[in-house]
Ligand binder design. Sequence first.
Ligand SMILES: NC(=O)c1ccc[n+]([C@@H]2O[C@H](COP(=O)([O-])OP(=O)(O)OC[C@H]3O[C@@H](n4cnc5c(N)ncnc54)[C@H](O)[C@@H]3O)[C@@H](O)[C@H]2O)c1
Ligand SMILES: [Zn+2]
Length: 361
Amino acid sequence: MTSPPHRIPVALPGHAYDVLVGDGLLAESGHLIRGLDRLGKKCAIVTDTNVGPLYAGLLAARLVEAGFTPDTITVPAGEGSKSMPVAEDICRQLIRGGHDRGSFLVALGGGVVGDLAGFAAAIFFRGIPFVQIPTTVVAQVDSSVGGKTGVNAHEGKNLIGAFHQPRLVIADPRTLDSLPDRAYREGFAEIIKHAAIRDAPMLDRLEALPPRGDITALVADNVALKAAIVVEDERETAGTRALLNFGHTIGHGIEASAGYGELMHGEAISLGLIAAARLSSTRSTLPTADAERLRGVLARFGLPLALPSRITTDAILGALSHDKKFRAGQIRFVLLSALGKAHLSEEVTLADIVGAIESLR
Ligand SMILES: NC(=O)c1ccc[n+]([C@@H]2O[C@H](COP(=O)([O-])OP(=O)(O)OC[C@H]3O[C@@H](n4cnc5c(N)ncnc54)[C@H](O)[C@@H]3O)[C@@H](O)[C@H]2O)c1
Ligand SMILES: [Zn+2]
């Protein structure tokens, strides 16, 4: 490692932990985990069929050197693994491997592995510790921080889960080098979202970032931003954490109606962000030039700017009506009053939403 890692404390009462971000940090993971208290020797690395062959060997070797006895559980890569049957299968493999309440899990992979392994850790023996080693942009800047774990139900995404905070998060941006371009770029939708709701100067940095340039400091700053929100509103009851849904109402509708897998999550969110920025100009005080600027940054990362014509507005609205945020009958929409300043609004009407979707064509 060239420079010392960034350390971002997530100061949650009763379960505080650190997020470490540093180039080459995966190779340090054994002794970093050794430094945690109240951990047994037995552990299991949970990874997927893409990430395991690349990084699980090094991680297992470092864990052994640090005195742990790791097993490795590999699930098929892809969103399909975020399911109850796979979570149960992980638990059963753990039982057969002689694991009990004294074991811990290490989630090595993207958001799918993090959510799934975190959920398995939450329910195995009513909860065992886990460590996150996120290997996608999305997982490093978003999903590994905050303790939301879970799986999908046939009826909808993320409907079964638990809050379970990790004991440590180790983010090594060097692991992102093996990410395919499309998956890499997709993660920037969440970074641009973070900048839009809380950190306008981050947009300058994004505008200046060379393609696949060093993002270590950027990852660390995104973690700090998300950590601050999580600490303010751990269980999404105060409204602050809901601001992270900026761009996600219409974005989820687009993602679901495109058929999952057609548009990647971040690609659908790119369109959701553009629509929400436009609504922020009509229903709040965001200058239209700033909404355009946001669109320009999304364009810079090769994210979609226009809705594929085969996705109808009706289909998006249909998908929206299943959205958790629509359940109460009232639409709570995240708007920007300025770049870097988000708020919840109940003034957005269905007609506004239809207009914003149409403006994406
Ligand atoms: N818990 C939260 O707060 C939260 C927040 C945002 C997203 N999520 C969840 O995260 C999931 C999406 O995460 P994701 O985008 O990381 O998807 P993912 O985990 O499916 O990873 C994307 C693809 O990249 C592969 N991959 C991962 N790391 C790699 C690497 N370093 N090199 C090469 N290939 C690699 C994976 O095998 C997979 O095929 C969704 O299920 C979403 O619901 C959760
Ligand atoms: Zn998202």
